[in-house]
Design a protein around this ligand. Structure first.
Ligand SMILES: Cc1cc2nc3c(=O)[nH]c(=O)nc-3n(C[C@H](O)[C@H](O)[C@H](O)COP(=O)(O)O)c2cc1C
Length: 376
Protein backbone atom coordinates (compact mmCIF):
# COMPACT_ATOMS: atom_id res chain seq x y z
CA UNK A 1 0.00 0.00 0.00
CA UNK A 2 1.43 3.39 -0.94
CA UNK A 3 1.24 6.10 1.67
CA UNK A 4 -0.90 9.13 0.88
CA UNK A 5 0.73 12.50 0.29
CA UNK A 6 -0.61 15.98 0.93
CA UNK A 7 -1.47 16.21 -2.75
CA UNK A 8 -3.74 13.17 -2.97
CA UNK A 9 -7.50 13.69 -3.10
CA UNK A 10 -9.75 12.62 -0.27
CA UNK A 11 -13.45 12.15 0.32
CA UNK A 12 -14.48 13.70 3.64
CA UNK A 13 -18.17 12.93 4.19
CA UNK A 14 -19.98 14.64 1.33
CA UNK A 15 -16.97 16.78 0.47
CA UNK A 16 -14.55 15.66 -2.23
CA UNK A 17 -11.24 17.37 -1.52
CA UNK A 18 -8.59 17.59 -4.27
CA UNK A 19 -5.76 17.57 -1.73
CA UNK A 20 -5.24 17.23 2.03
CA UNK A 21 -4.06 20.78 2.71
CA UNK A 22 -6.62 22.77 4.69
CA UNK A 23 -6.77 26.48 5.44
CA UNK A 24 -7.31 26.71 9.21
CA UNK A 25 -9.92 29.15 10.57
CA UNK A 26 -8.33 32.59 10.96
CA UNK A 27 -10.08 35.59 12.51
CA UNK A 28 -9.02 38.76 10.68
CA UNK A 29 -11.45 41.43 12.03
CA UNK A 30 -12.15 42.93 8.64
CA UNK A 31 -15.98 42.68 8.60
CA UNK A 32 -17.35 46.02 9.84
CA UNK A 33 -20.86 45.62 11.25
CA UNK A 34 -20.29 41.83 11.14
CA UNK A 35 -20.94 41.87 7.37
CA UNK A 36 -18.48 40.07 5.04
CA UNK A 37 -16.98 42.36 2.40
CA UNK A 38 -15.83 42.04 -1.23
CA UNK A 39 -12.24 42.15 0.07
CA UNK A 40 -12.96 39.01 2.09
CA UNK A 41 -14.29 37.35 -1.08
CA UNK A 42 -11.00 38.18 -2.80
CA UNK A 43 -8.95 36.84 0.14
CA UNK A 44 -10.72 33.49 0.29
CA UNK A 45 -10.84 33.12 -3.52
CA UNK A 46 -7.05 33.66 -3.63
CA UNK A 47 -6.73 30.51 -1.49
CA UNK A 48 -9.36 28.41 -3.32
CA UNK A 49 -6.99 25.62 -4.35
CA UNK A 50 -6.71 24.44 -0.74
CA UNK A 51 -8.27 21.02 -0.27
CA UNK A 52 -10.70 22.82 2.04
CA UNK A 53 -11.10 26.41 3.24
CA UNK A 54 -12.44 26.89 6.76
CA UNK A 55 -13.67 30.43 7.35
CA UNK A 56 -12.72 32.63 10.23
CA UNK A 57 -14.92 32.05 13.26
CA UNK A 58 -18.40 33.43 12.51
CA UNK A 59 -20.94 34.35 15.19
CA UNK A 60 -24.18 32.35 15.18
CA UNK A 61 -26.02 35.11 17.09
CA UNK A 62 -25.45 38.61 18.41
CA UNK A 63 -24.94 37.06 21.85
CA UNK A 64 -22.22 34.88 20.32
CA UNK A 65 -20.13 37.93 19.32
CA UNK A 66 -16.93 38.62 21.21
CA UNK A 67 -14.62 40.75 19.07
CA UNK A 68 -14.91 43.87 16.94
CA UNK A 69 -15.54 43.46 13.22
CA UNK A 70 -15.84 39.69 13.13
CA UNK A 71 -18.50 38.38 10.76
CA UNK A 72 -21.87 36.91 11.70
CA UNK A 73 -24.33 34.53 10.17
CA UNK A 74 -27.57 35.70 11.78
CA UNK A 75 -28.67 38.61 9.56
CA UNK A 76 -29.69 38.87 5.92
CA UNK A 77 -26.91 41.31 5.08
CA UNK A 78 -24.35 38.96 6.65
CA UNK A 79 -25.68 35.97 4.70
CA UNK A 80 -25.66 38.00 1.47
CA UNK A 81 -22.08 39.06 2.16
CA UNK A 82 -21.04 35.44 2.71
CA UNK A 83 -22.83 34.39 -0.50
CA UNK A 84 -20.47 36.65 -2.43
CA UNK A 85 -17.55 34.97 -0.68
CA UNK A 86 -18.72 31.44 -1.43
CA UNK A 87 -19.56 32.38 -5.03
CA UNK A 88 -16.04 33.74 -5.51
CA UNK A 89 -14.50 30.58 -4.03
CA UNK A 90 -16.72 28.28 -6.09
CA UNK A 91 -15.93 30.24 -9.26
CA UNK A 92 -12.29 29.30 -8.67
CA UNK A 93 -13.26 25.64 -8.11
CA UNK A 94 -12.84 25.73 -4.30
CA UNK A 95 -14.72 24.33 -1.31
CA UNK A 96 -15.49 26.36 1.81
CA UNK A 97 -17.07 25.58 5.18
CA UNK A 98 -18.12 28.14 7.79
CA UNK A 99 -16.81 27.96 11.34
CA UNK A 100 -19.81 28.39 13.68
CA UNK A 101 -18.93 30.39 16.77
CA UNK A 102 -20.41 31.36 20.11
CA UNK A 103 -17.75 33.00 22.26
CA UNK A 104 -19.56 32.55 25.59
CA UNK A 105 -17.67 34.54 28.22
CA UNK A 106 -14.91 35.76 25.89
CA UNK A 107 -16.75 38.99 25.14
CA UNK A 108 -17.40 42.49 26.34
CA UNK A 109 -20.58 44.33 27.26
CA UNK A 110 -19.92 46.75 24.38
CA UNK A 111 -20.36 43.88 21.93
CA UNK A 112 -23.44 42.31 23.50
CA UNK A 113 -27.13 43.03 22.77
CA UNK A 114 -28.28 46.02 24.91
CA UNK A 115 -24.89 46.12 26.58
CA UNK A 116 -25.75 43.08 28.70
CA UNK A 117 -23.22 40.78 30.35
CA UNK A 118 -21.79 37.99 28.15
CA UNK A 119 -23.05 34.48 28.95
CA UNK A 120 -21.15 31.44 30.21
CA UNK A 121 -21.65 28.12 32.00
CA UNK A 122 -20.70 29.85 35.27
CA UNK A 123 -20.25 33.49 36.31
CA UNK A 124 -16.45 33.32 36.22
CA UNK A 125 -14.54 35.90 34.19
CA UNK A 126 -11.94 34.59 31.75
CA UNK A 127 -8.50 36.00 32.42
CA UNK A 128 -8.08 36.97 28.80
CA UNK A 129 -8.55 39.92 26.49
CA UNK A 130 -10.85 40.71 23.63
CA UNK A 131 -10.50 43.25 20.84
CA UNK A 132 -12.62 46.38 20.55
CA UNK A 133 -12.57 49.17 17.99
CA UNK A 134 -13.70 52.59 19.27
CA UNK A 135 -13.69 55.67 17.03
CA UNK A 136 -11.68 53.70 14.51
CA UNK A 137 -8.95 52.74 16.98
CA UNK A 138 -8.51 49.07 17.92
CA UNK A 139 -7.36 47.93 21.35
CA UNK A 140 -7.23 44.77 23.47
CA UNK A 141 -9.37 44.99 26.64
CA UNK A 142 -10.23 42.68 29.54
CA UNK A 143 -13.32 40.55 28.94
CA UNK A 144 -16.44 41.41 30.98
CA UNK A 145 -17.62 39.22 33.85
CA UNK A 146 -20.29 36.88 32.44
CA UNK A 147 -23.57 35.71 33.91
CA UNK A 148 -24.31 31.99 34.16
CA UNK A 149 -26.78 30.73 31.59
CA UNK A 150 -30.03 29.32 32.91
CA UNK A 151 -30.56 25.73 31.72
CA UNK A 152 -33.79 26.90 30.10
CA UNK A 153 -31.80 29.15 27.77
CA UNK A 154 -29.69 26.32 26.36
CA UNK A 155 -32.25 24.93 23.87
CA UNK A 156 -32.31 28.43 22.35
CA UNK A 157 -28.55 28.35 21.89
CA UNK A 158 -28.73 24.89 20.30
CA UNK A 159 -31.41 26.34 18.01
CA UNK A 160 -29.12 29.24 17.11
CA UNK A 161 -26.46 26.75 15.97
CA UNK A 162 -29.07 24.82 14.02
CA UNK A 163 -30.38 27.95 12.28
CA UNK A 164 -26.89 29.22 11.53
CA UNK A 165 -25.95 25.87 9.98
CA UNK A 166 -29.08 25.79 7.87
CA UNK A 167 -28.59 29.34 6.61
CA UNK A 168 -24.89 28.76 6.01
CA UNK A 169 -25.81 26.18 3.39
CA UNK A 170 -29.17 27.38 2.09
CA UNK A 171 -28.60 31.15 1.97
CA UNK A 172 -24.85 31.71 2.12
CA UNK A 173 -23.86 28.87 -0.21
CA UNK A 174 -21.34 27.12 2.05
CA UNK A 175 -20.40 23.51 1.36
CA UNK A 176 -20.59 22.66 5.05
CA UNK A 177 -19.97 23.91 8.57
CA UNK A 178 -17.37 23.42 11.27
CA UNK A 179 -18.61 23.79 14.84
CA UNK A 180 -16.02 25.70 16.89
CA UNK A 181 -15.63 23.54 19.97
CA UNK A 182 -12.10 24.71 20.77
CA UNK A 183 -10.02 27.55 22.20
CA UNK A 184 -12.00 28.37 25.32
CA UNK A 185 -15.21 29.53 23.65
CA UNK A 186 -18.73 28.59 24.78
CA UNK A 187 -18.73 24.85 24.03
CA UNK A 188 -15.18 24.41 25.36
CA UNK A 189 -16.17 26.40 28.49
CA UNK A 190 -19.01 23.95 29.14
CA UNK A 191 -16.70 20.96 28.55
CA UNK A 192 -13.94 21.85 30.97
CA UNK A 193 -13.89 21.88 34.75
CA UNK A 194 -12.00 25.18 34.96
CA UNK A 195 -14.88 27.18 33.49
CA UNK A 196 -17.88 24.99 34.32
CA UNK A 197 -18.94 24.90 37.99
CA UNK A 198 -22.61 24.13 37.34
CA UNK A 199 -24.59 21.83 39.57
CA UNK A 200 -27.36 20.99 37.06
CA UNK A 201 -27.32 18.40 34.25
CA UNK A 202 -24.85 20.59 32.29
CA UNK A 203 -22.17 20.51 34.97
CA UNK A 204 -20.30 18.14 37.25
CA UNK A 205 -19.64 14.79 35.51
CA UNK A 206 -17.92 14.72 32.12
CA UNK A 207 -21.15 13.37 30.63
CA UNK A 208 -22.94 16.48 31.88
CA UNK A 209 -20.21 18.87 30.76
CA UNK A 210 -20.19 17.35 27.26
CA UNK A 211 -23.97 17.54 27.00
CA UNK A 212 -24.25 20.97 25.34
CA UNK A 213 -21.60 20.21 22.72
CA UNK A 214 -23.24 16.89 21.89
CA UNK A 215 -26.68 18.49 21.66
CA UNK A 216 -25.24 21.06 19.26
CA UNK A 217 -23.47 18.41 17.17
CA UNK A 218 -26.59 16.27 16.92
CA UNK A 219 -28.72 19.28 15.95
CA UNK A 220 -26.28 20.61 13.35
CA UNK A 221 -25.54 17.24 11.78
CA UNK A 222 -29.25 16.49 11.63
CA UNK A 223 -29.88 19.87 10.01
CA UNK A 224 -27.24 19.85 7.26
CA UNK A 225 -26.07 16.23 7.27
CA UNK A 226 -23.20 14.74 9.24
CA UNK A 227 -21.24 14.51 5.99
CA UNK A 228 -21.21 18.31 5.78
CA UNK A 229 -20.37 18.87 9.43
CA UNK A 230 -16.98 19.11 11.11
CA UNK A 231 -15.98 19.80 14.71
CA UNK A 232 -12.89 21.59 16.01
CA UNK A 233 -11.51 20.53 19.39
CA UNK A 234 -8.51 21.54 21.47
CA UNK A 235 -8.14 19.04 24.32
CA UNK A 236 -5.48 20.86 26.34
CA UNK A 237 -5.12 24.36 24.98
CA UNK A 238 -4.85 27.04 27.65
CA UNK A 239 -6.27 29.58 25.14
CA UNK A 240 -8.78 31.91 26.75
CA UNK A 241 -8.15 30.55 30.23
CA UNK A 242 -9.68 27.08 30.04
CA UNK A 243 -8.40 23.83 31.49
CA UNK A 244 -9.74 20.48 32.56
CA UNK A 245 -8.79 18.18 35.43
CA UNK A 246 -8.91 15.02 33.28
CA UNK A 247 -8.91 15.86 29.56
CA UNK A 248 -7.98 12.35 28.43
CA UNK A 249 -11.10 10.76 29.91
CA UNK A 250 -13.27 13.69 28.84
CA UNK A 251 -12.18 13.64 25.19
CA UNK A 252 -12.30 9.86 24.90
CA UNK A 253 -15.87 9.97 26.21
CA UNK A 254 -16.65 12.70 23.67
CA UNK A 255 -15.03 10.61 20.91
CA UNK A 256 -17.33 7.68 21.67
CA UNK A 257 -20.42 9.89 21.63
CA UNK A 258 -19.41 11.64 18.39
CA UNK A 259 -18.69 8.39 16.55
CA UNK A 260 -22.29 7.64 15.46
CA UNK A 261 -22.90 11.12 14.00
CA UNK A 262 -21.29 10.43 10.61
CA UNK A 263 -19.26 13.63 10.69
CA UNK A 264 -17.13 14.73 7.72
CA UNK A 265 -14.12 15.44 9.91
CA UNK A 266 -12.79 16.01 13.40
CA UNK A 267 -10.25 18.79 13.64
CA UNK A 268 -7.81 18.56 16.53
CA UNK A 269 -5.52 21.33 17.74
CA UNK A 270 -2.57 19.56 19.34
CA UNK A 271 -1.11 21.41 22.33
CA UNK A 272 -1.47 25.15 22.95
CA UNK A 273 -3.16 26.89 20.02
CA UNK A 274 -0.47 28.81 18.18
CA UNK A 275 2.06 27.75 20.84
CA UNK A 276 3.93 24.66 22.03
CA UNK A 277 2.65 21.31 20.81
CA UNK A 278 3.59 19.71 24.12
CA UNK A 279 2.52 21.30 27.40
CA UNK A 280 4.45 19.76 30.33
CA UNK A 281 1.68 20.05 32.92
CA UNK A 282 -1.06 19.10 30.45
CA UNK A 283 -0.07 15.77 28.89
CA UNK A 284 -2.45 14.30 26.33
CA UNK A 285 -2.35 11.13 24.23
CA UNK A 286 -3.73 12.08 20.80
CA UNK A 287 -3.22 8.57 19.42
CA UNK A 288 -5.40 7.14 22.20
CA UNK A 289 -8.00 9.84 21.53
CA UNK A 290 -8.24 8.92 17.84
CA UNK A 291 -8.19 5.21 18.70
CA UNK A 292 -11.16 5.72 21.06
CA UNK A 293 -13.07 7.37 18.22
CA UNK A 294 -12.22 4.64 15.71
CA UNK A 295 -12.95 1.86 18.22
CA UNK A 296 -16.44 3.33 18.63
CA UNK A 297 -16.94 3.09 14.85
CA UNK A 298 -16.23 6.74 14.05
CA UNK A 299 -15.28 7.25 10.40
CA UNK A 300 -14.80 11.00 10.16
CA UNK A 301 -11.58 12.21 8.58
CA UNK A 302 -8.96 13.16 11.16
CA UNK A 303 -7.61 16.69 10.69
CA UNK A 304 -4.60 17.86 12.69
CA UNK A 305 -3.31 21.37 13.33
CA UNK A 306 -0.78 23.45 15.20
CA UNK A 307 2.71 24.31 14.13
CA UNK A 308 2.88 21.97 11.14
CA UNK A 309 5.41 22.39 8.36
CA UNK A 310 5.49 20.24 5.27
CA UNK A 311 7.70 17.49 6.68
CA UNK A 312 5.63 17.21 9.85
CA UNK A 313 2.45 17.19 7.79
CA UNK A 314 3.67 14.35 5.56
CA UNK A 315 4.75 12.43 8.67
CA UNK A 316 1.32 12.97 10.25
CA UNK A 317 -0.38 11.47 7.17
CA UNK A 318 1.85 8.42 7.48
CA UNK A 319 0.84 8.10 11.11
CA UNK A 320 -2.88 8.03 10.35
CA UNK A 321 -4.00 11.66 10.08
CA UNK A 322 -6.07 12.39 6.96
CA UNK A 323 -5.83 16.18 6.66
CA UNK A 324 -3.51 18.93 7.93
CA UNK A 325 -4.73 22.47 8.61
CA UNK A 326 -2.27 25.35 8.21
CA UNK A 327 -2.98 28.67 9.92
CA UNK A 328 -0.27 31.34 9.81
CA UNK A 329 1.25 29.85 6.65
CA UNK A 330 -2.07 30.47 4.90
CA UNK A 331 -2.19 34.08 6.02
CA UNK A 332 1.03 34.80 4.13
CA UNK A 333 0.82 32.32 1.25
CA UNK A 334 -2.28 32.46 -0.91
CA UNK A 335 -0.77 29.75 -3.11
CA UNK A 336 0.36 27.50 -0.26
CA UNK A 337 -0.60 24.30 -2.12
CA UNK A 338 1.57 25.25 -5.08
CA UNK A 339 4.47 26.33 -2.89
CA UNK A 340 4.40 23.05 -0.99
CA UNK A 341 4.14 21.11 -4.23
CA UNK A 342 7.19 22.88 -5.63
CA UNK A 343 9.10 22.99 -2.35
CA UNK A 344 9.23 26.78 -2.84
CA UNK A 345 10.05 29.09 0.07
CA UNK A 346 7.14 30.51 2.05
CA UNK A 347 6.36 34.19 2.65
CA UNK A 348 6.62 35.23 6.32
CA UNK A 349 3.38 36.37 7.96
CA UNK A 350 3.31 39.92 9.31
CA UNK A 351 1.77 39.80 12.81
CA UNK A 352 1.00 43.51 12.83
CA UNK A 353 -1.67 43.03 10.16
CA UNK A 354 -3.32 39.87 11.53
CA UNK A 355 -6.26 41.66 13.16
CA UNK A 356 -8.13 44.57 11.57
CA UNK A 357 -7.14 46.86 8.72
CA UNK A 358 -7.62 46.47 4.98
CA UNK A 359 -5.83 44.86 2.05
CA UNK A 360 -2.35 45.29 3.52
CA UNK A 361 -1.23 41.99 5.01
CA UNK A 362 -4.47 40.43 3.80
CA UNK A 363 -4.80 40.19 0.02
CA UNK A 364 -1.39 41.57 -0.97
CA UNK A 365 0.91 38.64 -0.14
CA UNK A 366 2.57 37.64 -3.42
CA UNK A 367 1.93 34.35 -5.15
CA UNK A 368 4.74 32.59 -7.01
CA UNK A 369 5.32 34.29 -10.35
CA UNK A 370 5.35 31.06 -12.27
CA UNK A 371 2.63 29.21 -10.40
CA UNK A 372 -0.57 28.12 -12.05
CA UNK A 373 -2.36 30.02 -9.29
CA UNK A 374 -1.25 33.43 -10.54
CA UNK A 375 -2.35 32.68 -14.07
CA UNK A 376 -5.70 31.20 -13.00
C1 LIG B 1 -4.64 35.61 13.29
C2 LIG B 1 -5.20 34.31 13.82
C3 LIG B 1 -6.56 34.15 13.91
C4 LIG B 1 -7.11 32.93 14.34
N1 LIG B 1 -8.46 32.77 14.35
C5 LIG B 1 -9.02 31.58 14.65
C6 LIG B 1 -10.41 31.36 14.52
O1 LIG B 1 -11.19 32.22 14.08
N2 LIG B 1 -10.90 30.14 14.86
C7 LIG B 1 -10.09 29.13 15.32
O2 LIG B 1 -10.58 28.05 15.62
N3 LIG B 1 -8.75 29.32 15.43
C8 LIG B 1 -8.20 30.49 15.08
N4 LIG B 1 -6.83 30.66 15.12
C9 LIG B 1 -5.98 29.49 15.40
C10 LIG B 1 -5.52 28.86 14.07
O3 LIG B 1 -6.62 28.28 13.37
C11 LIG B 1 -4.48 27.74 14.30
O4 LIG B 1 -5.03 26.81 15.20
C12 LIG B 1 -3.16 28.27 14.86
O5 LIG B 1 -2.71 29.38 14.11
C13 LIG B 1 -2.09 27.18 14.85
O6 LIG B 1 -1.84 26.73 13.53
P1 LIG B 1 -0.53 27.20 12.71
O7 LIG B 1 0.64 26.82 13.56
O8 LIG B 1 -0.58 26.44 11.41
O9 LIG B 1 -0.62 28.68 12.52
C14 LIG B 1 -6.25 31.87 14.73
C15 LIG B 1 -4.87 32.06 14.67
C16 LIG B 1 -4.33 33.25 14.22
C17 LIG B 1 -2.84 33.40 14.10
Amino acid sequence: MTMPTLFDPLQAGELLLPNRIVMAPLTRNRAPGAVPTPLMAKYYAQRADAGLLITEATAISHQGQGYADVPGLYGTEQLDGWKKVTDAVHAKGGRIVCQLWHVGRVSHVDLQPQGRAPVAPSAIAARTKTYLIKDGVGSFVETSTPRALDAQELPGIVMDYRHAARHALSSAGFDGVEVHGANGYLLDQFLKTGANKRTDVYGGSMENRARLMLEVMRAVSQEVGGGRTGLRLAPVTPANDVGDEDPQALFEYLARELAPLGLAYIHVIEGATGGPREIPDRPFDYVAFRAAYRAAGGQARWMVNNGYDQAMAEAALQQGADLVAFGKAYIANPDLVERLRQGAPLNTPDKTTFYGGGAKGYTDYPALETSSVTSA
